[in-house]
Design a protein. Structure first.
Lengths: 426, 421
């Protein structure tokens, strides 16, 4: 570097090597987001989707991937071009009232997600016979300290490496020798079932894949990384790669569960049963492998989620935030953070809770909240004042608005079906 | 007056109370609802120059002079004075668009805050902007819940701090960061910015987004900018230097300690770095060029060339004169180095030695042996070890011939060691 400087020779700038270097420097937010996306709620929702409906939900992954790429790309683009987080932008452009209600909704959904993460911890450790009332409080305290002591950045890398666990699903799916022709046909053939359960599962799958809080997280991560507009192309590649990873993992989890659990006709109620999907690979160790993967995913997300949520809320209301501040300086931030962790852990300790159902439910809440966030993202990204020439093109808007409308229709149907089932049940 | 319900003192009005208030003409026909207030920035406490009202999809401007009676909850104005919305001008601020809900710098508290509401004072028929509300109560007021929440709090804890302690910042002690060119310069705050501690200023920079950062940075004089950059993180520094014109960037780099300037330049892309080095004054540029040759975490990369060198044949009196001459530009001054005409490091004495010694004594008699030196290639651990073992505030860096190249000061060692963890 300095030799180059001393010699003062201009070098060809646009070579491949330089591009690779820039990509590696910019890489991260998208791919990390993708891995956090496959959290306890994700693994559980995909497992249940495969176990209950076999291959019948696989087709949703293609439109979901398109929607995910579109949505995440918007987040990253807004982050790079404005240098602001999503909560900032909503507050600055829509004022206090709207911001308040969005933050309330986000807080509820994220507490729900945190409950799901701790359920994931409880369910995974239960496989080894450790009861939740031991594992959950210990994990909650560990998470709390890990983040507040600032050692979390280093631990993040460990989590990311442990995410290689997801490779177990493709292998297991292959070893189960499903009829790949049928699987691939199911992937490209849309089918629909007009039952409340199917729609709820569908919303859950969409909600867990395109989780509302991920948009806040990704945008802030991009801002924090200080990616410059001229490097945006690399950032976009990072996002697309991340989205594809998310959905490839989802595909194999569903396929593996369809080929094993669903084929065996088991109705999944516990994590042990969901672990059957890894049977072809790990045999009797399947449940161990599953427990390991679920624990890693849950713990990883449980560190990030409450922290991220506290950041957005403080950002929106102008309160001091950040783990480098003292308690007295950032009271709201620390109180919120502690509250989310505490509530998340406490709910799981309620006796006789169906952990897997709770994880699924939290993803449905995500799905219901998603259209609201999408509407604001779309309004913001089309503002000339903010984005200038980087606004959405007509195609982009078409896909994004379609996603939003589809989600609203599905949500409305879910509410309708819920009411109908209640009425029928009574 | 369009308020009175919420604020106790009738002389004060909050912007949130003005917004949405209906405006009528003398005959009681509606003109629209207030959606924006425009102030003129020529004065310390800017007066409201116009209100903007919304009628259907139209936005119309209502000059302050056209507003006649102001009865509670509604404003009366001359319908004939209504003009179309005026374009932005350098000495006018649109409060809702540019200040409300945005981040500003609280210069007195040295931090970045978000504006929840704005506070006006009636003075001789003018409505002047005096405070910025950044408190929780401002948020509650914006939600429209002030009456309810205030009542509830009063009922539960009449002495609660919430009721009395509005967080109002004086308008003259804040820096708005709206990015419209040439806009909003508030003299007092401007001067106070320069008086902030560089670390505080750097922290404020880190808290702002890219555009706001550039706006604030553009308002700093070269010296303050250089001090702040020395404390800021590399990402922020490089981004800021790429934003200002190259001549100003070069001036700032010259003003910085050479080692810090070299660190910053090392982070920049090659072509920008060459451009800036070319724009810098020759001696400074050369010093920085030399430093850039070393690995950033070696002694050579960490060292600065800012130090006091003396010959052995000067008197203590002359030495102190030299120290005084240089003191302003040196961040840390403890060890003073005695160097032969060839540049060879011969000895060392501390500032304390000089102060305590007879004025006529020769420095050569006073100086002591140098306890430890490091080579430019030496690693951080070795440098830190030397500083710790011999209690040195600055560790001299010498080449094979024994020539003094620079010093690594303990503050740089400390921050590198902390980063390493």
């Amino acid at each position: 570097m300095s030799a180059e400087l001393a010699a003062g020779q201009p070098r060809p700038k646009r070579n491949l090597w330089r591009n690779v270097l820039v990509f590696l420097a910019v890489v991260g937010p998208g791919i990390i987001t993708a891995n956090v996306d496959n959290d306890a709620g994700g693994i559980t929702t995909y497992s249940l989707a495969g176990a209950q409906y076999g291959n019948r939900l696989l087709w949703t992954l293609i439109p979901i991937t398109v929607a995910l790429v579109v949505v995440q790309e918007m987040s990253a683009r807004m982050g790079v071009m404005t240098g602001k987080g999503l909560a900032d932008l909503i507050r600055e452009n829509y004022g206090v009232k709207i911001t308040f209600w969005i933050m309330v909704a986000l807080l509820i959904a994220d507490v729900g997600n945190t409950v799901a993460e701790f359920s994931g911890v409880a369910a995974s450790v239960q496989i080894f016979g450790v009861p939740p009332w031991i594992s959950v409080p210990i994990t909650a305290v560990a998470v709390w300290f890990l983040v507040l002591k600032g050692t979390y950045r280093q631990v993040e890398k460990v989590f990311l490496v442990a995410c290689l666990f997801y490779v177990a699903y493709p292998i297991s799916a292959m070893l189960a020798r499903p009829d790949w022709g049928t699987v691939l046909t199911a992937t490209v053939t849309p089918t629909f079932q007009a039952s409340g359960g199917y729609v709820a599962m569908l919303i859950g799958v969409v909600g867990t894949t395109i989780a509302p809080w991920m948009q806040f997280y990704l945008q802030s991560a991009v801002v924090e990384k200080g990616i410059k507009p001229e490097h945006y192309a690399h950032s976009r590649l990072d996002v697309v790669v991340g989205c594809v990873i998310t959905d490839v993992v989802a595909f194999f989890i569903i396929a593996a569960c369809a080929a094993t659990v669903h084929a065996a006709g088991v109705k999944v109620e516990t994590a042990d049963q969901a672990a059957m999907a890894l049977g072809p690979l790990a045999g009797k160790y399947a449940s161990w492998l599953f427990a390991f993967g679920l624990f890693n995913a849950s713990f990883f997300a449980a560190t990030i989620l409450p922290l991220a949520t506290s950041y957005y809320i403080c950002e929106a209301f102008g309160w001091e935030s950040g783990i480098d501040r003292k308690w007295g300086e950032a009271k709201q931030f620390y109180s919120l953070y502690t509250l989310i962790v505490a509530v998340g852990a406490a709910v799981v300790l309620v006796p006789h809770l169906p952990l897997l159902r709770i994880m699924l439910l939290s993803q449905v809440v995500n799905g219901v909240l998603l259209p609201f966030i999408l509407v604001f993202m779309l309004l913001l990204i089309n503002k000339e004042k903010l984005m200038g020439p980087h606004r959405n093109g007509p195609w982009f808007n078409a896909i994004a608005w379609t996603t939003t409308v589809v989600m609203i229709v599905l949500t409305a149907y879910l509410v309708y079906a819920g009411v109908r089932d209640l009425a029928a049940g009574a | 007056m369009p308020e009175k319900e919420a604020s106790q003192d009738p002389r004060f009005v909050y912007l949130s109370e003005l917004l949405g208030a209906p405006v009528h003409d003398a005959a009681g026909r509606p003109i629209g609802r207030v959606c924006e207030a425009v102030v003129a920035t020529r004065e310390t406490y800017p007066p409201v120059e116009a209100l903007v009202v919304r009628r259907g999809r139209d936005r119309l401007e209502l000059p302050w002079a056209a507003i006649r009676a102001r009865r509670p909850g509604r404003i009366e104005a001359e319908a004939s004075a209504v003009v179309p919305l005026q374009p932005p001008a350098p000495d006018r601020i649109r409060l809702v668009e540019e200040i409300l809900d945005q981040q500003i710098v609280d210069v007195e508290g040295a931090k970045v805050v978000r504006v929840n509401d704005l506070h006006f004072l009636w003075v001789k028929g003018m409505l002047r902007l005096v405070h910025v509300d950044v408190g929780f109560r401002g948020l509650v007021r914006r939600m429209g819940w002030q009456r309810g929440v205030d009542g509830a709090v009063r009922l539960l804890r009449p002495g609660a701090r919430y009721l009395g302690a509005d967080q109002l910042l004086s308008w003259k002690l804040i820096q708005p960061l709206s990015s419209a060119p040439g806009k909003v310069r508030i003299d007092v705050a401007q001067r106070m910015l320069a008086d902030l501690h560089p670390s505080d200023l750097a922290e404020i920079m880190e808290d702002l987004d890219r555009q706001q950062r550039a706006v604030l940075f553009g308002r700093l004089d070269v010296e303050t900018a250089a001090d702040a950059l020395e404390e800021a993180s590399p990402e922020v520094t490089t981004q800021l230097l790429e934003h200002v014109p190259p001549e100003k960037a070069a001036d700032i780099l010259e003003e910085m300690a050479p080692d810090e300037a070299a660190d910053v330049l090392a982070e920049l892309p090659g072509h920008t770095r060459r451009e800036l080095l070319q724009a810098m004054e020759r001696p400074e540029a050369n010093e920085v060029r030399q430093l850039l040759e070393y690995h950033p975490r070696s002694a050579g990369g960490l060292m600065t060339t800012d130090l006091v060198e003396l010959r052995r044949d000067v008197t203590v009196d002359e030495a102190l004169l030299e120290v005084r001459r240089r003191a302003d530009e040196l961040p840390i001054l403890h060890e003073i180095f005695v160097v032969a005409p060839s540049g060879r490091l011969e000895g060392i004495c501390t500032l304390k030695d000089l102060v305590a010694a007879e004025p006529a004594l020769l420095v050569g008699k006073l100086m002591r042996e140098v306890p430890a030196t490091v080579a430019p290639e030496a690693e951080l651990r070795e440098v830190a070890g030397a500083a710790s073992k011999y209690n040195m505030v600055s560790v001299p860096v010498v080449d094979e011939a024994g020539t003094l190249k620079g010093i690594v000061t303990v503050d740089d060692i400390l921050s590198e060691v902390l980063n390493e963890r």
